[in-house]
Design a protein around this ligand. Structure first.
Ligand code: ASP
Length: 255
């Protein structure tokens, strides 16, 4: 939400989805001006007969439920967009690199170089759930939606098997039903790490040399709390919080 990088028209458009242990799901896509889109996704799941609401309809639903419209384009994000406009080159690989070099400060002084958060939870009763939320690929086309709010792509939870979520170039994840693939591989007996790795390998298999120019990462957890992550490129980290504390892990990568 706030501080996320805008699309090529300078608009911050947000995507989010959520899934619980019963397979109930909710998602919003191409939602503007709402600080926490995941809360709206949750209400879609809890209060409507639908799974997905998009654009103006999602905004109308949010406003009806008491959310306020806010400007999410911070001065730092606006500056990054204006700098980008000078060349207007959309390159999913160099944009994250650029942002890693120059972290963007939001209005609260927090630094960001990434706009997607995928979260998986295993509760004390052994039930799994998950959520994924993003402002999407920086400088995307207006109206573009990636993997993050698509159940099965950016997030999938099967309480009998595990939960998985993704980040990176959403188009690549959508085309292999990424998070669902991770869970199906785990259902066949693979560990979270093997399943995330094999799913990354599908992208490599499909894209060949071009995969070296792409970043995609998955994290997964199974019912017993075994977890892992895997990415195409180095530099993908994920955090794990348990009763013992929290720890950041470097995911293994294909390249
Ligand atoms: N997966 C997100 C998308 O394609 C972007 C990201 O993870 O940075 O919208």
């Amino acid at each position: 939400g706030y501080g996320g990088l805008p699309d090529r028209d300078g608009k911050v458009t947000l995507d989010a989805c959520i899934m619980d242990e019963f397979g109930n799901s909710g998602a919003v896509m191409f939602l503007e001006k709402i600080m926490h889109p995941i809360k709206v996704a949750r209400l879609v799941m809890e209060k409507t007969p639908h799974v997905q609401l998009v654009g103006e309809g999602a905004l109308k639903f949010a406003l009806q439920n008491g959310f306020k419209q806010e400007n999410l384009l911070t001065p730092a994000s606006e500056k990054a967009w204006k700098d980008w406009l000078k060349n207007s080159k959309y390159d999913p690989m160099t944009i994250p690199k650029l942002l890693q070099q120059k972290t963007v400060k939001d209005g609260r002084g927090q630094e960001h170089n990434h706009d997607t958060i995928g979260m998986l939870a295993l509760d004390a009763a052994g039930n799994l759930s998950g959520a994924c939320t993003t402002s999407g690929m920086a400088f995307k086309m207006h109206g573009r939606v990636g993997d993050s709010p698509i159940i099965g792509a950016g997030l999938f939870v099967d309480n009998e098997v595990g939960a998985a979520t993704s980040t990176g170039v959403g188009e690549e994840v959508v085309c292999i039903c990424g998070s669902h693939t991770v869970i199906e591989l785990m259902r066949q007996g693979l560990s979270p790490e093997e399943a995330c790795k094999k799913t990354c390998e599908r992208i490599v298999h499909k894209r060949g040399e071009k995969a070296k120019e792409l970043q995609v990462g998955f994290i997964a957890v199974d019912r017993s709390g075994n977890f892992s992550g895997y990415a195409l490129q180095k530099g993908f980290t994920y955090a794990v919080q348990t009763a013992e504390g929290s720890k950041v892990y470097d995911a293994k990568s294909i390249f």
